[in-house]
Write a protein that binds this ligand. Structure first.
Ligand SMILES: *Cc1c(COP(=O)(O)O)cnc(C)c1O
Length: 389
């Protein structure tokens, strides 16, 4: 055998010099497009859809399957599939359950890129979207049309943290055979159990708390029994691919989710309490605070909060004035996404499709990381001294 052929024909299972493969605590990662069959008979079975092994890279490698099963169990759903990002999970949930001529309802505080996807892409496929107020409840009835097939909720919603009356909405939807999907990224499956509240589809941006270290982009969709077959068929047909290496990181992050989330929650509540007393701040927007408009719903449905909340200033500062405050901060990075160990800040004027007290207002959103909350409070207080009264 020539050297070039030798290199190609070295296979890791047969040629690895160990008697037994080691059992590490974390699973080994597979990388691959091609999966080799043992013989032609197996390949023929695969061709007929009768082979019970993994046939190709898009067939979901073991770590992906293990992560999906862990998330499914945590959500208490029937089928979970992961996607290359959170937004991809949202988009594919909508593709999987809509067709031309359908109408969907989307809460107006849903994740921005998801809202844009409905307006610009779904519309091209003749799926019409109506945006509904973020604090919707049984009043949802008035928006339902004969061709309404799906309601997308996000509670609390992005940036402004309104909470929907989820059980009131799912009760109405179920009677009319309308699918309800909920983006559960803020609470994670630890602090909100969507299926107990009648939701059909629970969506997670795994990029946030589940992976937890700002180094993974991933989404997950968990579906109840009723829609499980339709969803897993859709997933196999689209042959979406999420690398095992990324699933490995998400699975590793999941192990510490509960511990991290408890710290994020407690630190965020400490920071929020101090900000509430600050003379330049108008409102601290955090569902766990008693003065939040839907605090009673949060208390009824959620078992905890997380590290992401927002506030508004009394004065309508210009971007130049805000820069004096924001650029002075030592511990808050300026960047999108959240749920990681580093504290982050975003500040943006809110655009809304429905009437809102926050429309046109600048919302300062904080991702409270795993730093000592005393340092974060001092940093914010020091930064705010730069702002004029
Ligand atoms: C970030 C986010 C997403 C999208 O996740 P990506 O992995 O960044 O695409 C979806 N929903 C919510 C609520 C988010 O905050």
């Amino acid at each position: 055998m020539k050297a070039k052929t030798k290199i190609i024909n070295h296979f890791w299972t047969a040629d690895t010099p160990v008697d037994r493969l080691p059992t590490t605590i974390n699973p080994p990662v597979y990388r691959g497009s091609t999966v080799l069959f043992d013989n032609f008979e197996d390949m023929c079975l695969a061709g007929k859809g009768q082979y019970d092994g993994i046939t190709y890279g898009t067939d979901r490698f073991p770590v992906q399957r293990s992560l999906e099963e862990a998330l499914r169990e945590l959500e208490n759903g029937f089928v979970t599939r992961v996607f290359p990002s959170g937004i991809s999970a949202i988009q594919n949930s909508l593709y999987a359950f809509t067709k031309s001529g359908d109408h969907i309802l989307v809460v107006d505080n849903a994740y921005g890129p998801g809202v844009r996807f409905c307006k610009k892409i779904l519309a091209r496929f003749n799926v019409e979207t109506t945006f509904i107020p973020p604090s919707a409840g049984e009043d949802i009835e008035q928006y339902i049309r004969p061709n309404t097939v799906l309601i997308l909720l996000e509670s609390p919603g992005s940036n402004t943290f309104e909470i929907q009356d989820i059980p009131a909405i799912t009760a109405i939807a179920e009677k009319r055979n309308i699918i309800t999907a909920l983006d559960n990224t803020w609470a994670t499956p630890l602090n909100l159990k969507p299926f107990d509240l009648g939701v059909d589809i629970s969506i997670q941006a795994v990029s946030k708390y589940i992976s937890g270290y700002s180094d993974v982009l991933m989404g997950a969709v968990t579906v109840n029994e009723k829609y499980s077959q339709m969803f897993s068929d859709y997933y196999s047909l689209t042959e979406l691919y999420t690398p095992d290496s990324e699933c490995y990181l998400a699975l590793r992050g999941l192990k510490t989710l509960s511990t991290r989330l408890r710290q994020h929650e407690s630190s965020a509540l400490q920071v929020a309490a101090r900000l509430q007393e600050h003379e330049k701040i108008d409102t601290v927007i955090h569902p766990a605070l008693p003065d939040h408009a839907e605090h009673h719903l949060w208390k009824r449905d959620f078992s905890g909060s997380s590290g992401l909340f927002a506030f508004t200033f009394k004065k309508d500062y210009s971007a130049e004035e805000l820069a004096l405050f924001i650029n002075a901060l030592d511990f808050f990075g300026l960047g999108y996404s959240w749920g990681g160990y580093k504290s982050l800040l975003t500040a943006a004027r809110q655009r809304r499709n429905t009437p809102s007290i926050y429309a046109g207002k600048t919302i300062i959103r904080l991702n409270i990381g795993l730093e000592d909350p005393d340092d974060l409070i001092l940093d914010l207080e020091r930064g705010m001294t730069r702002l004029p009264f």
